[in-house]
Design a protein around this ligand. Structure first.
Ligand code: PAF
Length: 282
């Protein structure tokens, strides 16, 4: 059975009771509109912990003025049903006034330089908002472990840095991206794709295939291959294609050899999709 909790005091009480009973607690932070990708995070959380708390909170602090905060899909009843089937113990679904009584926090976590690149360049302030709410959730819930999906690779990198830089006492687990049959990464935003855009969306993972097939040359060749996989398709606009060192999240230098992460972001029929893949360069 999944218990729905909406207040900070009640979730703290529940987690404290679990801790007293010697149980290990995992938190899966989400913004709701749950899909198979989230359920894979819940399944992993069940493997590494005794009690699984899933937060559903559409965080206004991570949306910019041009972003889709009001349009972001919300379906708490649907989420509750999926979480019950997935075996989550607690659905923590606070109202905005409970978690952000002033609408936004005045004190914030700053994501630093990497927070201003790639997703952060397209969406200024996004990662400050993400990290601030993730830190708040970690303080409120106090889990032993927090679970994120690799699909949001830059978010994972920055959460890892925050945990390290700020000595946050929590373990981080990262779960592989869940995909549709044609390779499209599962995302809450996929529901915005109409039939035509959905057909084109498979070009996003195809761009990663193309990049990977050029990984025996260099990063420039990978970028060119990915760009040509997307070129000439009306309705697909590439935002960025980057090859970064996973340890630093900085673009790899000429001559870099070893494990690299290819990141792609594209607008497909007006919907922004992101994806990534680890490759071996060289
Ligand atoms: O990945 C998300 O859904 C959000 O960025 C998160 C981690 C729940 C913070 O609002």
């Amino acid at each position: 059975m999944t218990t729905t909790i909406t207040t900070v005091a009640a979730v703290r009480e529940q987690v404290a009771a679990a801790r007293v009973a010697g149980r290990r607690v995992a938190l899966v932070p989400t913004m709701g509109a749950l899909h198979e990708g989230h359920l894979a995070l819940v399944a992993h959380a069940r493997e590494v912990a005794d009690v699984v708390v899933v937060s559903v909170f559409v965080n206004p602090m991570q949306f910019g003025p041009k972003d889709d905060f009001t349009r972001y899909p919300r379906d708490l009843d649907g989420d509750r049903g999926l979480l019950a089937e997935a075996g989550a113990d607690v659905l923590f679904a606070p109202e905005a006034t409970e978690l952000l009584p002033d609408g936004r926090t005045q004190v914030r976590v700053t994501a630093g330089q990497i927070g201003d690149t790639l997703e952060g360049r397209v969406r200024p302030g996004h990662f400050d908002g993400v990290l601030t709410i993730v830190l708040k959730l970690l303080h409120v819930v106090g889990p032993d472990v927090v679970v994120f999906g690799q699909k949001d690779a830059q978010q994972v990198f920055l959460v890892r840095r925050m945990i390290r830089d700020l000595d946050v006492p929590v373990g981080l687990e990262v779960v592989q991206t869940i995909r549709e049959d044609d390779g499209l990464a599962r995302s809450s935003r996929n529901r915005y794709l109409d039939a035509g855009a959905r057909r084109l969306a498979r070009l996003v993972p195809a761009a990663l295939d193309a990049a990977e097939s050029a990984a025996d040359r260099d990063a420039d060749a990978m970028t060119a291959a990915a760009q040509s996989a997307l070129a000439g398709e009306d309705g697909v606009v590439l935002d960025y294609l980057a090859v970064v060192d996973p340890a630093t999240f900085r673009p790899v230098d000429d001559g870099y050899r070893g494990r690299a992460l290819v990141l792609v972001a594209a607008r497909v029929g007006g919907t922004r999709l992101i994806d990534n893949r680890f490759v071996h360069l060289g």
